[in-house]
Design a protein around this ligand. Sequence first.
Ligand code: SAH
Length: 414
Amino acid sequence: MSEKKKSACPAFGKCGGCSLINKDYKDGVNEKSKALIKLLAPFVKVESFIAMDDPYNYRNKVLSTFGEDGKHNIISGIYEEKSRRIVPMDHCLLENRKADEIIVTIRGLLRSFKIRPYNERNGYGLLKHVLIRVGAATGQIMVVLVLTSPILPSKNNFVKALVKVHPDISTIVINVNERNTSMVLGKRDIPVYGKGFIEDELCGMRFRISPQSFYQVNPVQADILYNKAMEFAGLTGKESVLDAYCGTGTIGLIASRNAKNVIGVELNPEAVKDAVNNARANGVKNASFYCDDATSFIGKMAEEGVKCDVVLMDPPRSGSTEEFLKAVVRMGPEKVVYVSCNPETLARDLKFITKRGYKVSRAVGVEMFPWTNHVESCVLLERVSNRKADSYVKLNVKMEDYYRIKDAEKKTDE
Ligand code: SAH
């Protein structure tokens, strides 16, 4: 391993964040590319992996956990891999530099404001974590103080002192997390400075980011990923599009510029609120967003015979569900663009849907998490069979026509 890299991060070997840091960047990329090619080999020839030009300090979302060391010094850093011990850390090769600086400043302010870090063992103390989110294109910065209580002593003076050192902070939010769980954020957000959210720009659109909502952590590469998804979707302006697992609506809103209409569905209510606001802020009138489980929502769509030409889907690491994919098959969109952050669940889902009238036509890996072993990819599926029976019924096709279609389908299947 290069000595330079080793000394660049005192947490190396403890944190487990960047498992590929001991390799040349190119070799790490090759490793990920090969893993993707292997998993997708049964379906498609994967295109060249899109690496990142400057793969450092890309994370626009930075979390630091606060605690005390054996001598009661306040420390901040990350949990040791597979344990709850805090590895003190001031700078990380992956994280936004400004965010790291703000965390160090906060740590320095705590004693004079008599703010104690939370102690997991005895349950005393106030400050659990600091979460910083940065709008890479706008420069806006959000500081989230995760506290065990909504009351921060000398709140106004603390805010004043922090903003004095970092005048570029746009907003500060208290998040209340009273419970002793591994979840970082509690449900309640109280803005104490600024608007309580920040904005960023992607693919020429503006997006609102709240403390709780999902937003890609590497915006430079997210731009590339979303453009790839749009290229795969090949929208012409006439399509009805479903954006499933839509988060704050990013992919769907970008698609809305070249689609007839877009429906987005997302489980997290805060993200849905952001999506609705994002549509408004960008003057988008042909997109609507729903808060629901994607599987149950698409099931209802398929049942009601809602027409859909393109499904864009970007599920979490656990992938999608068989029920979701069955509903896609019933709706029969021409194209499905699947954005995945876990190639294993992607391959599992592809195996399921390619047995049901879809083929994989394109696939590409996009580097979203340099130096880590996470692999993001985007896949285009196209419909090869004509199985749209259920939607024919609901679209008021006469029953005799429906049976004719069914018979024709049977013949093509045989
Ligand atoms: N497409 C968005 C978000 C992708 S991350 C973007 O690129 O920004 C995956 C999203 O799926 C998260 O926002 C998560 O809240 C949401 N999610 C997880 N399980 C879900 C489910 N069962 N139904 C709908 N959305 C879900």
